[in-house]
Design a protein around this ligand. Structure first.
Ligand code: NAD
Length: 313
């Protein structure tokens, strides 16, 4: 039977580009986008769209039956900075949406799931440099706690019920097609918009806060690659570490100054500094390289060039 894919949270920063990439690979009508709100023109005009609340099991089951869905990409979530403000709403959305999808697979109504985790699963006691796949994980944020719990449930559903669920711990993602949705690494997108519009940016993190980051094309490539891998080669069923580049806000500013020489950056750290301080500065992704041949294409210089070229008026 032909593959039929449902993306939940398709109008967000990742969902938008993921939907377009999947439509290009599998055909527009085989990829159903859904969200609680409408997305941008490209997304809405390129294929089927449904308004769907990920926490509503009955509505989800109905859409899955109607389109004979075989694979679900669950991208709906409340991100790190927003989740600190609304802890119970974040827990409810991040956990119940995942249970809904895992239970659909347990009931054999779908065959395969992609669910993203994050570097936020790590915490202040995790080794910060070259953070390994398996290590101390004591997340200190609402978002991190929900992602770590989600990982344990994915692993549990795989071992207990044979659910084919696959996951990546995305680092901070940089993209130009859609704005980020309330995370701690949002500065790494805002900075390019401000550099072009105002030639200056006030960063909400300190100059020397090093974090793992990735350009969106790499994140999409990794997601499609992991979902295409034969099931027996997917050895990690919690979530894979994934790495591309690490940099600080001041290094990012320097890379922009190579193109916009009079660009200026200043620093006014806010509550997001504490979140960033609890996260790793670099990630060891040897398992992803070994199991499904992962290799990133974009470093900071290439990312800056791509962002400035595409955002320029
Ligand atoms: N962007 C990043 O840097 C990053 C990094 C690590 C992990 N992630 C994870 O990747 C996933 C997608 O992130 P994103 O950056 O695209 O987020 P986003 O905030 O840009 O998009 C999330 C989408 O989910 C939708 N949504 C919210 N509540 C919903 C509900 N009840 N039902 C259906 N849809 C709902 C929103 O309308 C939004 O379009 C999330 O799980 C996030 O935790 C993102």
């Amino acid at each position: 039977m032909e593959k039929s894919i449902l993306i939940i949270g398709a109008c967000g920063q990742i969902g938008t580009e993921l939907t377009l990439a999947l439509r290009e690979t599998y055909g527009n009508d085989s990829v159903i986008a859904s969200d609680i709100r409408e997305g941008n023109e490209n997304l809405m005009e390129s294929g089927p769209f449904e308004i769907l609340d990920a926490t509503d099991y009955d509505a989800l089951e109905e859409v899955v039956a109607y389109y004979e869905i075989s694979e679900v990409y669950l991208m709906a979530a409340m991100l790190s900075a927003t989740a600190e403000k609304f802890p119970m709403r974040a827990w409810n959305l991040n956990m119940n949406s995942l249970f809904n999808v895992l239970n659909l697979a347990k009931e054999k109504k779908i065959d395969k799931i992609f669910w993203p985790s994050s570097i936020a699963v790590f915490g202040p006691n995790t080794p910060k440099e070259n953070t390994p796949q398996s290590t101390i994980m004591e997340p200190s944020t609402v978002y991190g706690i929900s992602k770590q719990s989600g990982e344990r449930w994915c692993d549990y559903y795989f071992h207990k019920f044979g659910v084919d669920v696959r996951s990546i711990r995305y680092p901070g993602l940089i993209s130009w097609k859609t704005m980020p949705g309330g995370g701690t690494t949002d500065y790494a997108v805002e900075i390019y918009h401000k550099a072009l519009a105002e030639k200056s940016y006030t960063c909400f993190l300190k100059a020397d806060t090093e974090l793992p980051m990735m350009f969106m094309d790499d994140a999409i490539k990794a997601t499609l690659q992991l979902m295409d891998t034969d099931a027996e080669n997917v050895k990690v069923r919690s979530s894979y570490n994934l790495s591309a580049m690490n940099f600080t806000p001041s290094q990012m500013a320097e890379s922009i100054q190579k193109h916009i020489t009079d660009f200026k950056i200043s620093y006014e750290p806010d509550f997001r500094q504490a979140i960033a301080d609890s996260w790793p500065s670099s990630i060891n992704d040897q398992e992803a390289r070994r199991d499904w041949g992962w290799k990133a294409d974009f470093d900071l210089e290439k990312t800056t060039k791509e962002m400035l070229e595409n955002l320029a008026p």
